[in-house]
Ligand binder design. Sequence first.
Ligand SMILES: Nc1ncnc2c1ncn2[C@@H]1O[C@H](COP(=O)(O)OP(=O)(O)OP(=O)(O)O)[C@@H](O)[C@H]1O
Ligand SMILES: [Mg+2]
Length: 280
Amino acid sequence: MSIKLEKINYIYGEGTTYRKHALKDVDLEIAHGQFVGIIGHTGSGKSTLIQHLNGLLKATDGVYYFNGENVYADGYNMKALRSQVGLVFQYPEHQLFEVDVLSDVCFGPKNQGLSREECEKRAREALEAVGFPEKLYNQSPFELSGGQKRRVAIAGVLAMRPKVLVLDEPTAGLDPAGRDEILDQIARLHKESDMTVLLVSHSMEDIAKYVDRIIVMNHGSKMFDGTPKEVFAHYKELEEVGLAAPQVTYIMHALKENGFPVDVSATTIDEAVEEIMKAL
Ligand SMILES: Nc1ncnc2c1ncn2[C@@H]1O[C@H](COP(=O)(O)OP(=O)(O)OP(=O)(O)O)[C@@H](O)[C@H]1O
Ligand SMILES: [Mg+2]
């Protein structure tokens, strides 16, 4: 599985007064198995970008290759693409609707035409993978807490066994504890499965802690693309577009400016602690 976008442009409302050029010449290659964070201010094109990946939006211009095949070529199997690239929308729990949790998670595999037993097997597996407690499988999804609803919604996508899992702000609206739990679970899923994971987030701290690579979007274009260390080295430019680097970056720079011989490229608290201990 690999993803390659070439000069992708997307325009909303072409020919109307609402015309919006939401993606501008975006080139992007994602190798199988990567854990990628996508960050950018409101309206920078993050959601528009990821909706191209499962074919929900079709580029106004440009080419998308999934596994080397041109997705926009005549006869391309869009249905297969949708089952390989699982998209979890922002506030996905708004889309829960079945009478109980298990039926809700079964919905995707059922649509893929699998037998009842197979659907249930996959649903149980997916619920287990997101750490959802078995004793609540028969509960109505509407009676669950926000964090549990979110897990059920993510499990609903996982149950289709996608090769690529794309999550749009999976922690939006959750309290800090719920946020960390969901992110830890996603990181574990990435580590233990063979999936590529793309995580859209507003939080630099979240992204820095988990991903191998960060893509920064700004006004519909890719502004930076690299490891967290590479991207946060541009912290001044990030600030200019209203995005801050993680607090750790600022602390390390302040220490260095005050004569402590620390490596300023630490991006997580653990790395910072290690650096500071070394310097002391
Ligand atoms: N359905 C739509 N019709 C018209 N314009 C849209 C539509 N959806 C998004 N846009 C516009 O396209 C641009 C990119 O929007 P997009 O939702 O991709 O941004 P985003 O980075 O996901 O923002 P957020 O962080 O708020 O979720 C914005 O200017 C937005 O107003
Ligand atoms: Mg969005």
